[in-house]
Design a protein around this ligand. Structure first.
Ligand code: PFF
Length: 469
């Protein structure tokens, strides 16, 4: 019954090019931009990291992103089914690119739940409590609270994806992304104006922090350190553009055939990289003014522990900044989580011919059960596991490691082999230029996808095993 209904319907699509760009940028702009990019830039020599990141973005990032969007648009299929359509022997790659979002979504909802908790706490004018010693750990290790907030977050994603591509994903992205942009710009400007004198009488300013961020620091730069910086930038870029998560194939399949694919991909990259750079301008000067470079960390520690302390020290206005900051993080997290849920849902619709409603209901329920297990990883199911990259992990970190560090580079590598050597880059080039568009980076693209991208992805994979530690 479902299958008949589904087959008779035309495929969903984004109504406009800007709708597609904002939805894809919504996916790309996520926690990676906010909690990892600024930290890496501060750690990896400021301007040196930025420069390397930008070069990789217009070469490696561009080639990988345009490939996935073009695969989606050409096949008009979900990640699970698209690769088979390109080559019947490669359906296993579809399975891998379906498994990645399936692993990521449940734990991303848990992190989204943490953001919810902070946002509500600031909304209730209780921002101060988030700076109390042990607040964050106390919250994530409690039994019910993280599950409750995960439900709220997952429900938001559920509603948006349930409403569909046009009335859900596109409409919300068009509202949330411009607001997110404005908030980031506002906080970044404010951050630059900060000045703080600590207990030892040392005064530091936001502008000094900004110079650490932008000016290349060549002190102590050796060849091997440069290699580490390149590996950091590569991994960050790969994650930041939502590559190998099935997302861009799914979104590409909703892109109208008459839209300019190359131009849209450029715009997504500009948006994602722009927000990452602005996030650095927002976070590095603020953290520097209050605690020097030692205060910089990556991940949950930065946004849930360090930044609330910075907000508190700014008095009443700081609580307001804290509130709009967490609203902005929430928007970034929701638009990313929605994209990953859509990658899962579209796969079920195309493979099993389920209706959208059934696919969203079933897959959200399954994911929710896994989210509960992830939450309890800090409580009932607590254990410590040493990952090959040296990190001590709980359930959430293991999911994160398996998907980001192993499966995603493997999916990326296999995609390059399929496109570069089996179906040939011409397939993608033809899709990009199908309306007679000019493809300025065509030769670069072919070289990248055949030779350089596979090598760089292999480097990312090696780094995951701690080879470059
Ligand atoms: N591009 C996202 C980021 O930088 O945070 C990565 C992402 C993670 C996308 C999780 C979607 C998702 F569910």
């Amino acid at each position: 019954m479902d299958s008949e209904k589904n087959l008779s319907k035309p495929r969903n699509s984004f109504t406009s090019s800007i709708g597609f760009v904002l939805a894809a940028a919504g996916s790309a702009v996520g926690l990676g931009n906010i909690w990892r990019f600024p930290y890496l830039a501060a750690k990896d020599g400021g301007g040196i990291f930025l420069f390397i990141y930008l070069i990789l973005a217009v070469t490696f990032g561009f080639a990988m992103l345009i490939t996935e969007v073009a695969i989606g648009r050409k096949t008009q299929e979900s990640p699970l089914t698209a690769y088979k359509k390109l080559n019947s022997k490669w359906s296993f790659l579809g399975f891998f690119s379906f498994i990645v979002p399936f692993i990521i979504y449940p734990y991303y909802c848990v992190i989204g739940g943490w953001v919810m908790k902070y946002m509500f706490t600031y909304l209730a004018f209780l921002g101060e409590v988030t700076t109390e010693e042990g607040f964050f750990t106390g919250f994530i290790t409690s039994q019910w609270q993280p599950i409750l907030y995960t439900v709220i977050f997952a429900l938001c994603c559920f509603i948006i994806v349930y409403k569909g591509v046009e009335r859900g994903i596109e409409r919300y992205s068009k509202i949330l992304m411009p607001i997110l942009f404005l908030i980031v710009v506002f906080i970044a400007i404010y951050s630059l104006t900060l000045k703080h004198t600590d207990a030892d009488g040392v005064t530091r300013t936001g502008l000094q922090g900004a110079s650490i961020y932008f000016i290349p620091n060549f002190k102590g730069l050796t060849f091997s350190k440069l290699l580490y910086i390149i590996v950091d930038a590569l991994g960050q870029l790969f994650y930041s553009l939502s590559i190998s998560m099935g997302i861009m194939v799914a979104y590409g399949s909703y892109m109208k055939k008459e839209n300019n694919l190359g131009k849209s991909v450029n715009q997504i990259e500009i948006f994602d990289t722009g927000i990452a750079i602005l996030a650095g301008m927002m976070i590095i000067p603020a953290v520097f003014a209050f605690s020097g470079t030692d205060g910089m960390s990556a991940g949950p520690g930065l946004i849930f522990i360090t930044l609330p302390k910075v907000f508190l020290s700014l008095g009443k206005f700081g609580t307001f900044i804290g509130l709009i900051f967490f609203v902005m993080v929430m928007f970034a997290a929701i638009t990313s989580a929605v994209s990953i849920l859509e990658a899962i849902v579209s796969s079920m619709i195309d493979r099993l011919h389920w209706s959208r409603k059934k696919a969203v209901l079933v897959m959200s329920s399954v994911a929710f059960v896994i989210s509960i297990v992830v939450c309890l990883g800090y409580n009932k199911f607590y254990f410590e596991y040493n990952l090959p990259n040296g990190a001590v992990a709980q359930i959430l970190d293991i999911f994160d490691y398996v998907s980001n560090n192993i499966l995603m580079p493997v999916v990326g590598l296999l995609t390059c082999l399929l496109i570069g050597w089996v179906v040939k880059p011409k397939t993608i080039v033809d899709e990009i230029t199908r309306n007679g568009e000019h493809f300025a980076r065509k030769t670069l693209y072919i070289i990248m996808i055949k030779f350089l991208c596979p090598v760089l992805l292999f480097v990312i994979l090696l780094a995951s095993f701690g080879i470059f530690r």
